[in-house]
Design a protein around this ligand. Structure first.
Ligand SMILES: Nc1ncnc2c1ncn2[C@@H]1O[C@H](COP(=O)(O)OP(=O)(O)OP(=O)(O)O)[C@@H](O)[C@H]1O
Ligand SMILES: [Mg+2]
Length: 469
């Protein structure tokens, strides 16, 4: 369908055309063999230039048939020259489209081919192209093979998108096992749908063995100073303690107690009180199987330091198990990742293991999906390793700036669109050669855990419960 013609001023990156038929921002268009996407539409009327309108005001509106003289001009970002016969189907332009050339709607199959969103063996159905009814299929290898981040402000649809990805993989059955650190209990609905294929571990069931003890755990959990850490390290190295109790008894037995010894004793007792250690570690994680989903329900952990230690221990176990090939290649989803791998502040151990997985994991089949509503607080090292980014609505300027600094692929044009996305709309960067705007589908209501209650709903629930007393 012909929709317009190119006007003067085209270059090899961009051109403008006069719209003769329907066209909207986001549409894919074609001129000859050149494919592009409309990024902006302007409406002009030559009779309403600034000066003239200023001088004549309403006179002008009464005497000229304004509506008949509107010209709509679309700006198109050029994607490339399309030649399906060549191995490299898209090549950059060496010569701009000529003025007067006819502009057509691009054939959707070509667009899908260009964007790698055709249905294939290892692809999943996540929604539609924004502005189109066409379903899109994302290639799992391209999506998570080099780690994926899902970034957006609260309520923009991160968990919805992640749930859709997980559900699609689970539906297929024979897919990568998925391990998810569920910080707000948003994914517990999966157990209802997939029964035994979903394992749920509440946080209090996670236990460490003393073999996993290290001075960093004391530091991250209850805080230490360098002298205390030094003392602890030398005690552990110099003795062969078999349990936390043995270590504590030893420290209690030290006759002349320096300030550091007293401080250490107090800290070790605090750790014991937390009840994290027992004889055998739990869970072993070695029963993680193809097609399974393992949820760690951290919704009742209110202390970030504890959250960080639990995550560290689990991720370290997974990393080791995978390195030794004891479990299949897998996907690990980290919700609220800015708490687990913050750019600044504590949580050193969890950040370190997460950054390590981000750097080395893909080599031996451990793929991350990192979810965060505060990208600006997230470890920059981690973010830089996320080769595919799903960005939903973000309005905070710091977060936007941070994303533009850490993502080499994001254009200023794309950045400008992020604040006006609606829930579920996302910009997928680094997946195909070009950014793709998608509208993710809604997750299956069966797996939806309604945590986003409205204020009056919460109030009435409180009142109902109150009347019981
Ligand atoms: N694809 C979508 N289409 C329509 N509405 C959506 C879509 N995705 C999310 N929403 C709406 O937005 C709400 C919030 O979505 P979701 O819980 O996924 O957000 P979130 O980014 O994870 O928020 P938070 O950071 O608070 O966890 C949903 O309950 C739903 O109403
Ligand atoms: Mg969420």
């Amino acid at each position: 369908m012909e929709i317009g013609f190119v006007i003067s001023g085209a270059n090899t990156k961009q051109f403008q055309f006069v719209i003769k038929d329907k066209a909207k921002v986001g549409d894919y268009v074609k001129v000859g063999t050149v494919l592009g996407q409309i990024s902006e539409i302007e409406i002009v009327n030559e009779h309403l230039s600034d000066q003239l309108a200023f001088v004549l005001g309403d006179e002008l509106l009464n005497h000229y048939p304004i509506k008949d003289n509107l010209v709509r001009i679309a700006t198109v970002e050029i994607l490339g020259n399309y030649d399906p016969t060549k191995e490299e189907k898209y090549v950059p332009l060496t010569y701009p489209p000529e003025p007067g050339s006819k502009v057509f709607m691009a054939p959707l199959e070509e667009v899908k081919d260009l964007l790698n969103i055709l249905e294939k063996e290892h692809s999943i159905d996540v929604g539609t192209l924004r502005g189109y009814k066409e379903k899109i299929f994302l290639d799992v290898e391209k999506l998570i093979g080099k780690h994926l981040s899902v970034l957006a402000m609260s309520g923009a649809g991160k968990s919805n998108f992640v749930s859709v990805v997980i559900d699609e993989l689970m539906k297929k059955g024979n897919e990568f096992p998925i391990v998810l650190l569920d910080i707000h209990g948003e994914y517990l609905g999966f157990e209802k749908k997939y029964g035994k294929r979903t394992m749920v571990y509440p946080h209090h069931r996670i236990k460490l063995s003393f073999e996993e003890f290290e001075p960093g755990i004391v530091r991250d959990l209850v805080g230490t100073t360098e002298p205390i850490e030094y003392l602890l390290t030398s005690l552990i190295q110099g003795n062969n303690f078999q349990s936390l109790d043995e270590l504590i008894t030893y420290v209690e037995g030290i006759k002349k107690k320096s300030k550091e010894v007293k401080a250490l004793e107090w800290r070790l007792k605090r750790i014991k009180q937390l009840g994290l250690f027992q004889d055998t570690p739990f869970p072993s994680l070695e029963d993680i199987k193809i097609g399974s989903l393992t949820l760690f329900d951290f919704s009742e952990v209110s202390d970030n330091r504890k959250l960080s230690i639990y995550s560290y221990i689990l991720l370290k176990r997974l990393f080791e198990a995978r390195r030794l090939n004891k479990i299949p290649p897998l996907i690990v989803v980290l919700e609220e990742a800015h708490n687990l791998a913050p750019e600044h502040a504590e949580a050193k151990l969890s950040r370190r293991i997460i950054e390590k997985i981000a750097r080395e994991g893909r080599k031996f089949g451990m793929f991350l999906i990192v979810v965060s509503q505060r990208p600006a607080y997230l470890s920059q090292t981690l973010l830089a390793q996320m080769n595919v980014q799903t960005i939903l609505r973000i309005t905070n300027p710091h977060d936007l700036q941070y994303i533009s600094q850490t993502s080499e692929h994001i254009s200023s044009n794309a950045l400008k669109q992020i604040p006006s996305l609606v829930p579920g709309e996302a910009l997928l960067i680094g997946y195909a050669r070009f950014p793709i705007y998608i509208k993710t589908k809604r997750r299956d209501p069966k797996i939806e855990e309604v945590r986003n209650k409205r204020p009056y709903q919460m109030l009435s629930e409180f009142l109902e419960q109150d009347s019981l007393y």
